[in-house]
Design a protein around this ligand. Structure first.
Ligand code: SAH
Length: 215
């Protein structure tokens, strides 16, 4: 079973999402374990401070190295992979999500930054992998962490109600989708393509194959 530990200073933001929908069901089915931790639990003082001003001056606050070090000391096991969210990281792509989802008994610890990011020593000495979800800067690593966790979990066999979508992905290597329609057949004169109503599955498969969006 894959286990995720997500470390953040906004645990309620993360657990609202991990406690809903497909991620919730995956945990209930025992296919994945997700724990959300407050980095402040590893703060050095009673005010639970985990950030400080940058050496050399400049705007904003930097996440300190000691709370992260102590947190990882408690959470890390032999097989853990420490993952950092960072706009400077490797761009996250579907093939990486697949690779992460296929590792047996994996343990992923994901660190969410905030403010101006992490003390560089965290990047240099404490993490195994850094990823970015795109070339833009967000205010925190919570959304990127959830993007990774969600994208990995839906690839674990048994998680999605309908396994057909995964089988399709296996055969076509990272297919995302073809256009889909549901009732009604016509709305505002906007029509469902005739081929999908034809009942001719060979034709339908061909039509869909031609319109697959792959990543
Ligand atoms: N000053 C930093 C930005 C920090 S943004 C810089 O310019 O690199 C604050 C935090 O949000 C980061 O530490 C990271 O955890 C998260 N974050 C912001 N944008 C992100 C992105 N595109 N991908 C992944 N994490 C991101």
């Amino acid at each position: 079973m894959i286990k995720f530990d997500i470390v953040t200073i906004f645990p309620e933001v993360v657990s609202t999402y991990t406690g809903s929908s497909i991620l919730k069901r995956a945990q209930e089915k025992g296919l994945v374990e997700i724990e959300v931790h407050n980095l402040r639990d590893w703060a050095l003082d009673k005010h639970r401070v985990v950030d400080d001003t940058p050496y050399g001056g400049g705007p904003g606050m930097i996440i300190k190295v000691e709370p992260v070090f102590n947190c990882l000391k408690d959470l890390k096991k032999d097989n853990s992979l420490v993952i950092l969210t960072s706009p400077k990281g490797e761009r996250l792509v579907q093939s990486k999500l697949k690779e992460l989802s296929e590792k047996q008994n994996a343990h992923y610890i994901i660190l969410c930054g905030h403010y101006e990011g992490f003390d560089q020593r965290i990047h240099d000495y404490l993490v195994d992998y850094e990823f970015s979800i795109g070339d833009y800067v967000l205010s925190g690593g919570e959304l990127p962490a959830l993007v990774l966790v969600d994208g990995v979990i839906r690839l674990i066999p048994g998680v999605l109600g309908n396994e057909d979508s995964l089988i399709l992905e296996t055969f076509t290597e990272g297919v995302v989708d073809y256009p889909q329609y549901t009732k009604p057949q016509q709305f505002n004169n906007w029509k469902v393509p005739d081929v999908l109503l034809s009942g001719d599955h060979q034709k339908i498969d061909k039509w869909r194959e031609e319109r697959l969006f792959k990543v």
